[in-house]
Write a protein that binds this ligand. Structure first.
Ligand SMILES: [Fe+2]
Length: 430
């Protein structure tokens, strides 16, 4: 009998809450991960080499496209999405690159009016007079002036979240995922969004910003250590990496996430934002490594012998998942800026993807966005929706974010009477 015929003989230890001794938990899980991979017939190093080869092939494709002067980010007109006229080649490029710019997602005048409406809302409620400084330690690093507004319940944000045009794009993006398993389990509903409330960024002209380092957002140590993520990444932790599909939602939409100041309780198929100003690609914009299967590389890299046995390449709880030149040098080469965007365009990237925000000096023009992801209805998002509902009704900061609660006393918040059917479904107020 070959070893390959008896895979997964060793059960993985798991921690549904963050382990109290992180180093001890990492030392405990690493040899078991290696043993499970070896049971498939290859060592962890051999399996990682296969993953690295797949990633390097992607990087070579990116280099070739770049050399030809081709736009690396897929770009689609909103009308093509709404009319169902996106071509198979465009669909294939989106699936390969895991990201998208939607041109004209909203009319430019609408986006500029929303931006002006936000200014009016925060000024009328004396936000700048009462601003107490950054409420967290991640975006907080960009400076003491409010570039990130901890504002969640403006008319602009809610109108965009519950709009038909947003729902159309979210359904389109969700359709790239396998949301229903072979056994009929529906892991999420691609046509119902949970309206994940997030903040606003308004970065003024002349800004000097250090940007944000390269990282990814779907979790931290929980990606290796909780039972549901271990099932979601079963092909990585079982040595069958060739079968790993970054678009399979199975077990991603059910489990817990370790708490932290940068956590996202919701399952997002794509992270996204809608531009409220024009932004050129050299003005400190979002960059991604446009490779959706990157999680295979990130989760297996710590099993190589050059990484200390109590380290997951610097991943800790309560901090963002760092992607570093020390442990992931290959990836930097593929960091790619978004193309120039105009007010009303939207930008999307697969939830696993590595991204950063470039530094800028003396920024030209405004850099204004509303963060609105695709967070389809699923067990995890239904749980969080109860907290969102409460925050919405009281004007509080949602529980994923610092407890700043500026809007509780503000006038002219978006309220229950302003919800349409999409909004009520998203908040489970049907
Ligand atoms: Fe991020």
């Amino acid at each position: 009998m070959t070893r390959a015929s008896e895979p997964h003989t060793t059960a993985l230890p798991h921690w549904e809450d963050p382990p109290s001794d992180l180093a001890a938990a990492i030392r405990e899980i690493k040899p078991v991960l290696r043993a499970r991979i070896e049971a498939s017939g290859r060592s962890a190093e051999e399996v990682f080499a296969a993953v690295e080869c797949r990633i390097e092939t992607r990087i070579a494709e990116i280099d070739a496209d770049r050399a030809r002067g081709e736009e690396l980010w897929p770009v689609l007109d909103y009308d093509a999405i709404a009319d169902g006229t996106v071509t198979p080649a465009q669909m294939a490029k989106l699936k390969k690159r895991g990201c998208l710019v939607v041109r004209g997602h909203f009319p430019r005048e609408q986006a500029l009016a929303w931006d002006a409406g936000i200014v009016d809302y925060v000024e009328r409620n004396e936000f700048f007079e009462n601003y107490r400084g950054p409420g967290d330690d991640f975006f907080g690093s960009v400076g003491s002036k409010p570039e990130i507004y901890p504002v969640y319940w403006s008319h602009a944000q809610m109108q965009a979240r519950q709009s038909d045009r947003m729902a159309t794009v979210q359904s389109f993006l969700n359709s790239f995922w396998r949301h229903t398993g072979d056994d009929g389990t529906q892991w999420f509903d691609p046509d119902r969004d949970a309206l994940y409330p997030d903040r606003i960024r308004r970065r003024p002209p002349g800004t000097d910003s250090a940007g944000l380092g390269t990282h990814c957002d779907p979790g931290t140590l929980d990606l290796w250590m909780t039972e549901e993520y271990q099932k979601a990444f079963r092909h990585l932790f079982g040595g069958t990496v060739e079968q790993y599909d970054p678009w399979d939602a199975a077990h991603r939409t059910t489990g817990p996430q370790y708490p932290g100041s940068t956590m996202c309780s919701a399952f997002r198929t794509f992270q996204g934002w809608t531009a409220l100003s024009d932004m050129d690609a050299d003005q400190g914009v979002l960059h991604t490594v446009p490779i959706p299967e990157i999680m295979a590389y990130l989760l297996l890299r710590p099993l190589l012998p050059d990484v200390p046995e109590d380290s997951m390449c610097g991943v800790r709880t309560h901090q963002v998942f760092p992607v570093t030149k020390r442990w992931h040098p290959t990836l930097y080469h593929a960091l790619t800026p978004i193309p120039d965007v105009r007010a009303g365009d939207s930008v999307w990237w697969h939830c696993d993807m590595v991204h950063s925000v470039a530094p800028v000096e003396n920024q030209q023009g405004w850099g204004n966005v509303m963060y609105i992801p695709a967070a389809p209805w699923c067990a995890r998002n239904e749980r969080y929706a109860a907290e969102v509902r409460e925050a919405f009704v009281t004007g509080s900061s949602p529980s994923d974010f610092p407890a700043e609660h500026y809007e509780r006393t503000w006038t002219d918040r978006f309220t229950t009477e302003n919800l349409n059917e999409t909004g009520r479904r998203g908040l489970d107020l049907v």
